[in-house]
Design a protein around this ligand. Structure first.
Ligand code: MN
Length: 130
C-alpha cells in the first residue's frame, strides 16, 4: 500500500523530483518548506515516513529530527526519518543519526537509491502490519 510521506525541503527542484518519484510508486507526498512547518505538519497528520533536508531556512534538519523524536505525539519517536543533505562533510551522517534519523542520503538525490530506501520502509511496514 502507498505511504503518507512528508518531505521537509526548501529547494523546489528537489521537491518536484521527489514528488514525481514517490507518486509514481503509489505514495502520497506532503510538502513542508521550513523545519517548523514540517514538525507542525507531522504532529497534526498521520505520516508513515519523513524525508528531511538538513539545510532549512529556519531550524535545521537535525533540530527537526530531535523535536520529532521528543514530540508529545509519541508515535513520532518511531516514524522512519531519511535525512537528505548536500553536506558531504565527514560527520554529517553521524550527526543525522545522533539526532534521530534512521538513514542518511547525500545530494544530488539518486533516484534509484531513493526508491530503494522508501520501498525498504514500505516493505517493513507491510511485514509488521499484518
Ligand atoms: Mn535546503
Amino acid at each position: 500500500m502507498g505511504m503518507n510521506v512528508l518531505y521537509v525541503e526548501d529547494n523546489p527542484d528537489n521537491m518536484i523530483l521527489v514528488k514525481r518519484v514517490l507518486e509514481a510508486a503509489g505514495h502520497t507526498l506532503f510538502q513542508a518548506t521550513t523545519g517548523l512547518n514540517g514538525v507542525a505538519f507531522a504532529e497534526k497528520e498521520d505520516i508513515d515516513l519523513i524525508l528531511l533536508d538538513i539545510n532549512l531556512p529556519d531550524i535545521d534538519g537535525y533540530e527537526v529530527a530531535r523535536r520529532l523524536r521528543h514530540s508529545e505525539k509519541r508515535i513520532l519517536a518511531y516514524v522512519p526519518i531519511i535525512a537528505i543533505t548536500a553536506n558531504a562533510l565527514l560527520g554529517d551522517a553521524e550527526r543525522a543519526l545522533a539526532a534521530g534519523c534512521d538513514v542518511y542520503m547525500s545530494k544530488p538525490i539518486n533516484i534509484n537509491e531513493l526508491r530503494a530506501r522508501v520501498e525498504g520502509f514500505a516493505g517493513r511496514e507491510k511485514q509488521d502490519g499484518s
